[in-house]
Ligand binder design. Structure first.
Ligand SMILES: N[C@@H](CCC(=O)N[C@@H](CSO)C(=O)NCC(=O)O)C(=O)O
Length: 223
């Protein structure tokens, strides 16, 4: 087809991963462009996202879309026919709940997770507790469903939360805890998501992330 879809990404990014997973789950062809966001940003990135200068950016027929969850909704709206997976419900109320959980995850999981490796002592302990607490809230929300999106397919909420999974190993190792111990049913959901090729092939390798973080800690002498 004449559609041109380009994604500007940075391989460890949970925000970029959910955009890639959305494209893969909906079987949309796209061109992947890696950005060295903490080094030299390309002119394409600076022109495509002049306000925040961040990845991910989706460029659809030359038009840039920024902010990961806005990109996922755009993808869901633009590519929708009866044989394409829908990532958000069409019912306004159900859609509002989907947005609520995606927003909560990006507020809480990102912040607490990051502090499990950037803080030490009491602050690290607090971050660990917060992280485990939000996972428990999410495990309760999942309940007996297979996915957050229901029993047969993933939704935007599943993609947003699973996009953090590659970071769990780092947070558990540095933080000294195990997600499995606290939220076994959420671990089952993770394993279920990872059986989906569109998800497993789009997520960065947890060990590569761990290596990168340990390098950052050494270089910045965080502690
Ligand atoms: N709210 C945005 C966050 C994107 C972001 O932080 N991108 C980071 C890389 S991943 O951590 C980024 O591009 N940072 C470059 C910079 O801050 O200059 C979204 O959801 O898309």
């Amino acid at each position: 087809s004449e559609e041109e879809v380009v994604v500007l990404n940075f391989w460890p990014s949970m925000f970029g991963a959910r955009v890639i997973m959305a494209l893969e789950e909906k079987e949309i062809k796209f061109e992947y462009k890696e950005e060295d966001v903490f080094g030299q940003k390309t002119d394409l990135l600076l022109q495509s996202n002049p306000v925040n200068k961040k990845i991910p950016v989706l460029i659809h027929n030359g038009k840039p879309v920024c902010e990961s969850n806005i990109i996922v909704e755009y993808i869901d709206e633009v590519w929708k026919d009866d044989k394409t997976l829908r990532l958000l419900p069409s019912d306004p109320y159900q859609k509002s709940q989907c947005r609520f959980w995606a927003d909560l995850i990006d507020k809480k999981v990102f912040d607490a997770g990051r502090r499990t490796w950037t803080k030490r002592g009491k602050e690290q302990e607090e971050a660990k507790q917060e992280f485990i607490e939000i996972l428990k809230v999410l495990e309760r929300e999942l309940g007996d469903k297979v996915y957050f999106g229901g029993n047969d397919n993933v939704s935007m909420v599943d993609l947003v939360l699973i996009s953090y999974y590659p970071w769990f190993h780092t947070w558990e190792t540095i933080g000294g805890f195990s997600v499995e111990d606290h939220t076994p049913k959420l671990m089952d959901w993770i394993r279920k998501c990872l059986t989906r090729p569109a998800i497993s092939k789009s997520l960065p390798d947890p060990l590569k992330i761990f290596d990168r973080v340990t390098q950052i800690i050494k270089v910045h002498e965080f502690f």
